[in-house]
Design a protein around this ligand. Structure first.
Ligand SMILES: [Zn+2]
Length: 249
């Protein structure tokens, strides 16, 4: 069956004889792989339409029960020019793409596929508008963690429910009160750091202007969220180290 759908391209890997394998998110089919034959040839008319972190209309032969298909044509719908020219934005895309690739299963249901599609598209759009990559990434990672039921508890002490909080524990899964922090050997945090982390975990990307006016940096928060992913989803986010190292304000 000949399918034409909109797809967000997460990654591109070289494959035999000038071919590439694209990993893409679609609302209809979740995460799928598309093999583009001859894409690496300079003359391929599809070459410019299959870059990672772009939105394309793709045509492929759908076969039920399969997760890898032959790509027939691709046409770019959104290129996200700034994302591809700015180091911070490009590396942030790499981090979210890696996490999404791991969290979104093949043969996912429509609801979660559409959630991931919309989140990645919104993420790219906000980066394209030159919003701060650290803040956009923190909000998107928090949304993904929440979707997996492993988002940090940021309304009260995760252990005793006390609403007066003093620390964050990745291991315990969220905020700790003063007493629980002492008994678990967790270092105390500044109130401003706790407030900022809570805000980023509660916010939507559309609140980005407010977030940007309230915080200088969300890098510590990104690092904590990546630690949450490692501890509670078992995923070590490899691309994060480079983002962290290269991040420029
Ligand atoms: Zn407590």
């Amino acid at each position: 069956m000949n399918e034409i759908v909109e797809a967000l391209i997460l990654k591109e890997q070289d494959y035999k004889e000038n071919a590439v394998i694209l990993t893409v998110i679609t609302k209809e089919y979740g995460r799928i792989s598309l093999v583009g034959q001859g894409i690496r040839k300079m003359t391929s008319k599809n070459r410019a339409s299959v870059f990672p972190y772009t939105k394309a209309e793709v045509q492929f032969d759908y076969k039920e029960g399969k997760t890898m298909f032959r790509l027939k044509t691709a046409r770019t719908l959104s290129f996200y020019r700034f994302v591809h020219s700015d180091l911070n934005a490009g590396l942030a895309c790499g981090v979210l793409a890696e996490v999404m690739d791991a969290f979104l299963p093949e043969n996912s249901d429509y609801e979660f596929s559409a959630f991931c599609y919309d989140l990645f598209e919104e993420f790219c759009s906000f980066l394209e508008e030159q919003h701060r990559a650290d803040i956009v990434l923190a909000v998107a990672l928090a949304k993904l963690l929440e979707s997996q039921g492993i988002g940090p508890v940021v309304d009260e002490c995760v252990l005793c429910g006390n609403q007066s909080v003093a620390s964050i524990s990745v291991r315990e899964g969220g905020f700790l009160c003063h007493e629980c922090a002492i008994s678990h050997g967790a270092p105390m945090k500044e109130a401003a750091d706790l407030r900022r982390f809570r805000l980023l975990n509660k916010a939507e990307l559309r609140h980005i202007d407010i977030l940007e006016s309230h915080m200088d940096s969300a890098m510590d928060d990104c690092t904590l969220l990546v630690e949450f992913i490692r501890m509670h989803a078992g995923l070590s986010v490899k691309s994060y180290a480079l983002f962290q190292q290269m991040f420029l304000v």
